[in-house]
Design a protein around this ligand. Structure first.
Ligand code: G6P
Length: 588
């Protein structure tokens, strides 16, 4: 959600900034802009829509060696040129990722001082405040430091001050920001993929630190404006991991990596049917809360059912935007598990912080290394999904499900169950290589669909339904199969597509009777199951390999992801960047 890239160095800045912004497209945005120095003059160019629209207004050969760029996902004010970043007030030009919660209060205060605002954004108060303090102090670092003390919310900032044409300044609180350098100069960026073309070494800026960056030097200051040294991190993955490599879409490429992602995640925690040291000892926890957003929340639902069933431990699941504001009941053996692909989701991060403030142990399941959630939890368990670029998560979902399953086995102390994972990658490959277009054909012309299932299959219905909504814009509702007749069945008409999922032996007959109810009312039914079935209550059937119940969800999700992909393709949707969505949701 919003992306920042800046460059100062010996190479031309615009190609590097635009190239970096393209790598951050996956975060979600609806306008873009750059500010750069040309012949010592600051130029700002902004445009609504894709980066390609902005590119048309710029000449990449421009002699500029310092600049900052931004992709904006509108929160305060519509996507428009005026609301796009960079924002300039007086000497200061700023790009911002995050939200300033007290911006109205600050705006009123600054308006009383005579500041005129151009945009509807929260961001514009930042250059205004910087300029306000600069008029008093004539010191850039001090102005940034004083401004930081006034801002409430989350922010990563790239800053140019026209009185200092050699440096970019950067700071952050809440939202992520990295600094990297190659032989030619320095970069700032919201995320690592944007700089992988040039280097895999980077520094993570911590909260309230301020970086002063020239083409040859980087100085980092702490809150008290004392200089500090920071450890340089190395990105372990290959730079190819963030490329399409011949696939038409990232979503498809990422789904097709699921066999490897499964193995990498499994092998990171297990060897020779035993847990490695990478899996912590969690024996003392007898009460578990799982907190997450979006798809990660659905993984949480799968995990909670497995933990309750196999480890006999009560497990409560809640979406993070609710959890952070409600009364939660803990005891001294409670463990709060947060799940987040990005490790930056604002609500999930706040829920983690709330649990910590209450003195509760926390465990994070995260994909992005060294992200905020990963760094703040007591235990951090990484999934090994690699960079996920498509906004709709797929391989990270499968990796998280794998890890939650392992966690349930660990908590249950049932090492015997690890045996069943052997060869699962082959079944994953079988499912990846099936033809899903024929199923998609039955769905893509409809505007309403239903997913029904019971127990863990219901959690998978939620994910299948979300994938379809996100990528193809078809309205879709997931329902507990037994609950349908209490109202929702009134929506079933002749031809309404329904996906019925039943993979648990004891629940299959129950779900089939619900499938019969919708079929009798004219629904078009696709039955997804793991047992051969010759019934006359479905229109089409998709049989997945039969494996142990505990690992079945890892397989069930694959056809759901690929059907959503094929439907979105038939509907000619912007599959990797669905409208209005952001991958990394750094606002609440
Ligand atoms: C966004 C994404 C979803 C994701 C959710 C949680 O809404 O579009 O795909 O599931 O955020 O993200 P996280 O990074 O915390 O897993």
């Amino acid at each position: 959600m919003c992306g920042i890239v800046g460059y100062v160095g010996k190479e031309k800045a615009l190609p590097r900034i635009l190239n970096g912004l393209k790598f951050l497209e996956y975060r979600g945005y609806d306008s873009a802009g750059v500010a750069y120095l040309e012949n010592n003059n600051l130029k700002i160019t902004k445009e609504v829509g894709r980066i390609s629209n902005l590119e048309k207004l710029l000449d990449e050969k421009t002699e500029t060696y310092l600049g900052i760029g931004h992709t904006r996902w509108a929160t305060h004010g519509i996507p428009s040129k005026i609301n796009s970043h960079p924002h300039q007030v007086g000497q200061f030009t700023v790009v911002h990722n995050g939200i300033i919660e007290n911006y109205l209060e600050l705006k009123t205060k600054l308006q009383k001082e005579g500041v005129k605002f151009q945009s509807e954004t929260d961001t514009e108060v930042i250059p205004a405040l910087l300029n306000y303090y600069y008029n008093q102090t004539k010191n850039i670092l001090e102005s940034i430091s004083l401004t930081l003390k006034e801002l409430h919310g989350s922010f990563a900032l790239g800053i140019i001050c026209e009185d200092d044409k050699e440096h970019i300044y950067a700071t952050r609180f809440g939202s992520p920001l990295i600094i990297a350098h190659d032989k030619s100069g320095y970069f700032i960026s919201s995320d690592v993929p944007a700089i992988l073309e040039y280097t895999n070494k980077y520094i993570l800026l911590d909260e309230n630190e301020i970086a002063k960056i020239s083409s040859t030097d980087l100085t980092i200051y702490n809150e008290k404006l004392q200089t500090i040294t920071k450890e340089e991190l190395t990105y372990e993955g290959s730079k190819e991991a963030a490329k399409l490599n011949g696939y038409e879409h990232y979503m498809l490429k990422e789904i097709h990596e699921e066999d490897t992602v499964f193995l990498d995640t499994y092998n990171y925690y297990v060897a020779d049917n035993k847990f490695k040291d990478t899996m912590p000892n969690l024996k003392k926890y007898q009460n578990i809360h799982i907190v997450a957003c979006g798809s990660a929340y659905y993984v949480g639902q799968i995990g909670a059912k497995l933990i309750a069933e196999y480890a006999n431990i009560p497990c409560y699941v809640e979406v993070a935007s609710e959890y952070r504001y409600q009364k939660n009941f803990y005891d001294k053996n409670t463990l709060v598990i947060v799940i987040s692909q990005s490790g930056e989701t604002a609500d999930t991060l706040s829920s983690l912080r709330k649990a910590k403030e209450d003195g509760i142990d926390t465990l994070a399941i995260v994909n992005v290394v060294a992200s905020s959630i990963a760094r703040e939890a007591k235990y951090t368990l990484y999934v090994k999904a690699g960079p996920e670029i498509a906004v709709a998560t797929t391989k990270a979902f499968l990796a998280q499900t794998t890890l939650l399953t392992l966690l349930a086995i660990k908590l249950a102390n049932r090492l015997d169950l690890l045996e069943y994972f052997k060869g699962l990658e082959d079944y994953i490959r079988i499912l990846l290589n099936k033809d899903y277009q024929k199923y998609a054909q039955a769905f893509y012309k409809h505007n309403d669909t239903f997913f029904i299932g019971r127990g863990i299959d219901y959690a998978l219905c939620l994910e299948g339904s979300l994938k379809l909504k996100e990528t193809s814009y078809i309205n879709s509702v997931a329902f507990q199969a037994g609950e349908l007749k209490h109202g929702t069945i009134s929506l079933i008409e002749e031809g309404t597509p329904v996906i019925g999922i039943a993979t648990r032996k004891e629940l299959i007959p129950k779900t089939i009777s619900n499938i019969k109810e919708v079929k009798a009312r004219g629904a078009y039914v696709l039955f997804l199951t793991n047992e051969e079935d010759n019934g006359d209550y479905y229109d089409d059937i998709l049989v997945i390999p039969q494996v142990h119940d505990i690992i079945t969800p890892i397989l069930t999700v694959i056809p759901l992801q690929l059907i959503a992909y094929e439907v979105a393709k038939l509907r000619k949707c912007d599959i990797d960047k669905p409208r209005n969505l952001a991958k990394s949701v750094t606002v609440e």
